[in-house]
Design a protein. Structure first.
Length: 489
């Protein structure tokens, strides 16, 4: 047996200690499970903490401003994946970046639990966003490092890993929501911190068993350059502080600011890639094929991430949460989607495998997923009107449609991005994909500001219609888009 302090050069193909997978996968499975437990557990109660009155234990922030904060925070998580990937490639290597990022996540949850008011929210969400981006950017690559390219266990290993994500996403809102409703918000945030601490402890105990390659810095900074980057980071932090103090950056503008930063960064990436003289022929064509998929993905995530904004408000103010005389916590609704993912992910994988070459093309899946997401918002129009009258089973049915849409578009997103990426810009294309999610998530916060529980039909109609139209247009253009993909599918 390998000592925890002895780092192997590679994982043996004969190591089957975790359900037939390399034993160290259990460590990555555990840290990701607890990180998602803390992430979704905290996010499940965040919005209502912001807009609940002080008498209810909240901060009493305007509801539209609160949704903007949640959207900006969610978008910042995906923006910070770019920083997490850069630190792994240029400074620390993926394993140490993951470890320090997990510590940052835990510190953020502790700040939310113990610091009062907006100070705790600001410090906590900033740390969680930075840390979660680092975890998200590196956890998948660490799982990939456990297998060589010919290992037939790779797909099953990733399936187990993603099962951990959904188990954490299922359990987190259940516990934090129960604590929030019974003893207060800060106990819920504290549970998220404890969950992340458990994940960190078990990860630290066995991180020495990860392959040596996980400590490799792929493209280290030249000697002496680190100080310049550190100085640049300090300047950026100071600039943000000045903009906050002068009122340029306010809580009401946060989601719009993240939208702007994400859009400018995405446009810059597209310009840099297309301007490069080495990107020609099929590689250049594939960039143009990626553009409508990028827009489609933005629209999809701007609706899908309403689970943490509009759906949270709907669950609080429109949903009948009475269960035999006991009121179900608002955040428990966030545990419905992971159940459907766990049940249906295997069915979708089996369907695509069975269809083989007859399965829909990538543009068709993107368009269908976005259109179905729009139809889910039309389903809200079928629910009964009135305060706390909508049935739980009805909302569960709508979230089932959310899940079907997610399984049509989300699993193929990164796969399509890596296949369409020019060889010289493979990392930048992945960054572009995450920027589309950042843009959509921040946009979800801005859009949610227009939701009015007392007159909700216009919101559901127009937002749903925008997604359906986007999806139908991409489906209609699927053949020319597929042609631009130049042999990739």
């Amino acid at each position: 047996m390998t000592s925890p302090n002895t780092r192997p050069a590679a994982v043996s193909p004969h190591d089957t200690g975790f359900f037939g997978q390399p034993g160290v996968l259990a460590n990555l499975f555990g840290v990701e499970l607890w990180e998602r437990f803390s992430f979704y557990g905290m996010q499940g109660i965040l919005l209502i903490y912001l807009y609940y009155s002080a008498a209810q234990g909240g901060l009493g922030i305007d509801q539209a401003v609160a949704t903007g904060i949640v959207g900006a925070y969610g978008g910042s998580v995906y923006l910070s994946t770019i920083l997490g990937a850069w630190l792994a490639d240029r400074v620390l290597g993926p394993e140490r970046t993951l470890f320090y990022s997990a510590i940052c996540v835990m510190a953020g949850h502790i700040a939310l639990a113990v610091l009062p008011g907006l100070v705790g929210v600001g410090v906590g969400l900033a740390l969680v966003a930075l840390g979660s981006g680092g975890v998200k950017a590196n956890a998948t690559s660490l799982v990939g490092s456990l297998y060589d390219e010919h290992d037939p266990r790779r797909d099953a290993g990733f399936s187990l890993f993603y099962m951990g994500i959904n188990i954490g996403g299922l359990l987190g809102p259940l516990l934090t929501g129960l604590l929030q409703s019974e003893v207060g918000f800060h106990w819920g945030f504290g549970a998220a911190a404890v969950g992340m601490a458990i994940g960190l402890i078990q990860y630290a105990a066995y991180r020495g068993r990860l392959p040596e390659s996980t400590h490799h810095v792929a493209n280290p900074l030249p000697a002496g350059r680190g100080l310049a980057y550190a100085a640049g980071a300090v300047v950026v932090v100071l600039l943000v502080a000045v903009l906050v103090m002068t009122g340029v950056i306010t809580t009401g503008r946060l989601s719009d600011i993240v939208i702007g930063v994400s859009a400018i960064a995405a446009l810059g990436y597209f310009v840099v890639i297309l301007a490069d003289r080495q990107v020609r022929g099929a590689e250049r064509s594939r960039i143009f094929a990626f553009m409508p998929l990028f827009v489609c993905n933005v629209v999809f995530w701007s609706l899908y991430q309403q689970q943490f904004t509009v759906v949270a408000i709907y669950s609080d103010q429109r949903l009948d949460r009475d269960l035999f005389g006991w009121t179900m916590p608002v955040s428990w609704v966030n545990s419905i989607n992971p159940v459907f993912i766990i049940v249906l992910a295997g069915a979708f994988a089996a369907l695509w495998t069975r269809l083989g070459r007859r399965q829909p093309s990538t543009p068709m899946k993107f368009g269908a997923g976005t259109a179905v997401m729009g139809l889910a918002f039309f389903c809200f129009l079928l629910m009964p009107a009135g305060q706390n009258t909508a049935p739980i089973l009805g909302l569960a049915g709508i979230l089932l449609v959310f899940t079907v849409a997610e399984l049509l578009i989300s699993p193929v997103g990164l796969s399509a991005t890596t296949k369409l990426a020019p060889r010289k810009f493979s990392t930048q294309m992945v960054a572009l994909y995450f920027l589309s999610i950042a843009l959509g998530t921040a946009l979800a916060g801005t859009l949610a500001g227009y939701y009015d529980p007392a007159d909700e039909s216009p919101f559901f109609i127009w937002v749903g219609l925008a997604a359906v139209v986007t999806g139908v247009v991409v489906i209609a253009l699927s053949k020319p888009i597929h042609k631009l993909m130049a042999g990739v599918d």
